[in-house]
Design a protein around this ligand. Sequence first.
Ligand code: UTP
Ligand code: MN
Length: 462
Amino acid sequence: MEKILEKVLRRVKPKKLDRERLKKVADGLVKRADDACSELGVEARAMLVGSAARRTWLRDERDIDIFILFPENLPREELERKGLEVAGKVAGRRGREQFAEHPYVTMKFKGFDIDLVPCYDISDPSKIQSAVDRSPHHQRYVEARLTPELTDEVLLLKQFLTGIGAYGAELQVQGFSGYLAELLTLNYGSFRGVVGAASTWEPGVVLDLRGKYPDLEEARALFTGQPLTVIDPVDPNRNVAAAVSMQNFATFVRACQSFLNNPGERFFFPKPVKLLTSRQMSWVLKQRGTTLFCIVFDRPDLVPDITYPQLRKTERALVTKLTRAGFWVLRSDVWSNGKALLLLELSIAELPRVRAHPGPPVTVKAEDFISKHLRSKHKLAGPFIDEAGRLTFEVEREHARGREILEKALEERTAFGKHVAKSLAKGYKIYDGQRVLALARRNKGIRRFLSGYLTRCLPWHR
Ligand code: UTP
Ligand code: MN
């Protein structure tokens, strides 16, 4: 294992030159931000945070986080206005305003992705006003504890998480953030330590680095339902692992088990998803024997952190509708890039015309139920009593084809994500079965997505 880790580290650890380049750019920007503050007469100062400040960035990563700290008594609107003013002055025409929980500015600069984030300089981090106010505290906490040796261990863990597809707390991934990787490393002392411990994790693990909760049950009750809870050392009310989904939790635990059992570079650098040709895709579809529906529409003009949850919500609504109508959804997924896409894979395309329609139990009068259905032209058999003792008719199903259910649901759009519903209202197209091939041929992104979907497999097993 030692050899493997050494090799991985050589690939992901920034070289002296990389570090110098980043430092030059970061220092320059911090200075420009400080200058902008004085020029604009704004009482604030810039601070480099995140992986760039802690040397925990991976070599091909190009992300610099600069926070602009304002006094905590400044009203919120002022912070937002002045914050954007300062950030705007630093970024100039390259800057793009973004709106997350509160506004910030991003820009591309000398090959780096820069975030300029206004926040409050709060002395007691349990009294923060917005999530970004914690970052300067994270910075101080980690900076004071990460030794150069530990930094290497963090890099290994971050690359491992990246390789298995579980790195990133954004809603599109719902995985492990960089800060979480740093805390896990601090807690277990090394990459191996983390992997060894995590290989025996069960859902409901609680880690409390600073012993903020004398009774862990208390923490467990507070963060109930979360597969992983890591109490934020700077704010005991915050679970640093709140974003980690059950899927990513289990993926990580399995990856750790498999790695210990049979270590290899494939965990850190898995083979990419194989792009299927049209012929291969056609063959795979035939082999699966399912019915695939691909709903394509214009992507709502929003950041991924808003689009993805809405797409997921819409996906759930469609799956529920189909399931209630008697269909079995084998798997489903969503995707968005230039276009948005909802994918649903049904075990069967069409149900038989007949369906059972049970009536009231024996303790409840049934005359109305019986007469109504006896007269109905949709009645195929009944009334009779089934084995469970329920009065039953067999009637004609209203929609026997999955596609009809889908079309109806797409017209009603109940329980859909709001902006997704709006986009769908403007128009969409359903591609089914082999017709998705045409779609994949036209759009490389969709081809990659469909290839990944049809050959789904844990990255280290590819
Ligand atoms: P980043 O997402 O840029 O993380 O957030 P990072 O630590 O710099 O890691 P990479 O290498 O870019 O992926 C910057 C800071 O915001 C806070 C942390 O303090 C982090 O260092 N943060 C971000 C969180 O606390 N939780 C999150 O989910 C994301
Ligand atoms: Mn970062």
